[in-house]
Write a protein that binds this ligand. Structure first.
Ligand SMILES: [Zn+2]
Length: 91
């Protein structure tokens, strides 16, 4: 089966997500997602991205964009990128 990829950069705009060590989740999610998008395109794999800039997207709008990308079928893979702040090891 030839898969189609939908990449979602979590958070964005007014919703920063987690933060720590000077890193804001929405920004790192966007970097990772844009990299993945470019790489899948280079490989000739059908791919769409939910947001490619720092924009606010409501949960409903996000789902609508996912469904608008390639529809809802078994050959669609959705990757939603998120990064947690996690704990800190001091030793
Ligand atoms: Zn997140």
């Amino acid at each position: 089966m030839d898969y189609k990829i939908v990449i979602d950069a979590g958070h964005g705009g007014d919703d920063p997500g987690a933060s720590g060590n000077g890193i804001i989740e929405k920004d790192l999610n966007l970097k990772i997602s844009n990299y993945m998008y470019d790489r899948f395109r280079e490989l000739g794999i059908p791919v769409k991205i939910i947001r490619s800039t720092d924009e606010t997207i409501s949960p409903t709008e996000r789902v609508d964009r996912v469904l608008d990308a390639f529809g809802n079928s078994d050959d669609v893979v959705v990757v939603s990128n998120h990064i947690n702040a996690g704990g800190v090891n001091t030793y």
